[in-house]
Design a protein around this ligand. Structure first.
Ligand SMILES: Nc1ncnc2c1ncn2[C@@H]1O[C@H](COP(=O)(O)OS(=O)(=O)O)[C@@H](OP(=O)(O)O)[C@H]1O
Length: 403
């Protein structure tokens, strides 16, 4: 384990000066203003270890550290003090409490890390595309369409959350990078392929944009948007079908109209139902981390009715070879959606949990939500215009039928 923002690295490599790569001159350069000197200067707290169980034998380490301490004392005003590693760690987090939560970066971005990265580990297969949701916008359909492309490879499924890894937004993040990487083994893809991941809860997760950017700064981000009112209703039906007590005890209308005097579980539920639909708010957060050219905003209604058209635009954005989805997808009248065309007239559709049958939304709820989302939809429309992106038909309709 290393402290945040420190690079785990070797300063002495060997026990013998004459075997030091580059010779004494190189080691002395590191001590006298070079890498070791800079490491001490730039980090108020450092943890150093010797290779040896009895470090009295590690004469080269003793030479190195004695020399760097002498050099620092001679040429700088830095006050040096030492303490056991645990005490150092405590001091470090007193100085930087905001760093108590880890922020994983790509170990292979740092040449020293890459050099000492275990041969049995990898990092080149980290996803280069993230489908971030939000939930109930057709993200699973998009995931299966992307997985049909020979250039694209999804993560291995999680035993608990299936195709979604939900790494960046919950406690899986604290399981560390190895946990995430194990879903992208090199055996799954060749080096011309691109790995991708979709977790629909990433869109509105507080910490997600920052965490995702720290690990995948060059990733392409895909958000799918449909009418926020429809999304909220679909989400309510989804949660209700899973037997959630709040969803079972309260009608959709009661949920969306809950106010500050409503019971806390109901208010929390209302927030989970309605907040992700404040699209511009969350997109702006993603745009503080990622450059706009890395972010694709996909029209979820178009994906549903004309998936081949939506996939054409998406392939251009991803700069991957063109695949004609007209030939791969077929409308399934029974399911009411485009599904994967298999042999003959057959189709392979998503399971029962996608495209549930439920009664239409009550008029009063639709009216309430149109008003509720009005400012958010206006902000979204402005955002899309600012980015030079098309304004989807569903958004134009929501804005004109407002009130
Ligand atoms: N091709 C295709 N096949 C099946 N379903 C499709 C498709 N395209 C869009 N949809 C709509 O996707 C809705 C589910 O969205 P998600 O996959 O994002 O849901 S989830 O957040 O991952 O649970 C799901 O919502 P419900 O109809 O409310 O169940 C569908 O309407």
């Amino acid at each position: 384990m290393v402290l945040p923002r420190q690079t785990c690295g070797l300063f002495t490599h060997t026990l013998l000066l004459e075997r030091y790569p580059g010779g004494r001159q190189r080691l002395d350069r590191s001590i006298q203003g070079g890498e070791l000197f800079q490491t001490v200067i730039n980090n108020p707290i450092n943890v150093f270890m010797t290779h040896m169980s009895n470090y009295g034998n590690d004469r080269l380490a003793l030479y190195t550290f004695e020399s760097v301490v002498k050099f620092l004392r001679c040429w700088t005003n830095v006050r040096l003090a030492s303490a056991p590693p645990l005490a150092l760690a405590e001091k470090y987090f007193q100085l930087r409490p905001d760093e108590l939560n880890p922020l994983w970066g790509n170990p292979c971005d740092d040449i020293r890390h890459r050099r000492i990265w275990s041969k049995s580990k990898w990092c080149d297969t980290l996803p280069k595309i993230l489908v971030i949701g939000p939930q109930k916008t057709g993200s699973t359909a998009l995931y299966t369409f992307l997985a049909m492309h020979p250039t694209l490879v999804p993560n291995l499924p999680s035993p608990t959350t299936y195709e979604e890894l939900q790494f960046f937004n919950n406690n899986n993040y604290l399981k560390g990078l190895d946990w995430y990487l194990n879903f992208f083994p090199p055996s799954q893809s060749n080096n011309t392929q691109i790995t991708f991941e979709k977790s629909a809860t990433y869109f509105d997760g507080d910490l997600v944009p920052r965490r995702a950017h720290a690990l995948l700064p060059n990733a392409k981000i895909i958000a799918i948007l449909i009418s926020p009112s429809k999304r909220a209703y679909s989400w309510y039906q989804h949660i209700r079908s899973h037997g959630d007590p709040v969803a079972n005890n309260y009608t959709f209308h009661t949920v969306i109209t809950a106010n500050d005097s409503s019971p806390k579980p109901l208010r929390d539920f209302r927030n989970r139902c309605l907040n992700p639909g404040k699209y511009s708010h969350y997109l702006e957060r993603w745009l503080t981390e990622y450059n706009a050219h890395q972010v694709h905003i996909l029209d979820g209604s178009l994906l549903r009715t004309e998936p081949a058209t939506a996939m054409n635009t998406l392939q251009k954005f991803l700069k991957i070879p063109h695949l004609d989805y007209n030939k791969l997808l077929k409308y399934d009248a029974k399911k009411g959606f485009f599904c994967q065309a298999v042999s003959g007239e057959k189709t392979k559709c998503l399971g029962k949990s996608k495209g549930r049958i439920y009664p239409p939304m009550e008029d009063r709820s639709a009216k309430f939500l149109r008003r509720y989302y009005s400012t958010h939809n206006t902000a979204l429309s402005k955002l899309l215009v600012r980015l030079g992106r098309p304004v989807p038909q569903w958004l134009k309709e929501e804005l004109t039928t407002n009130g």
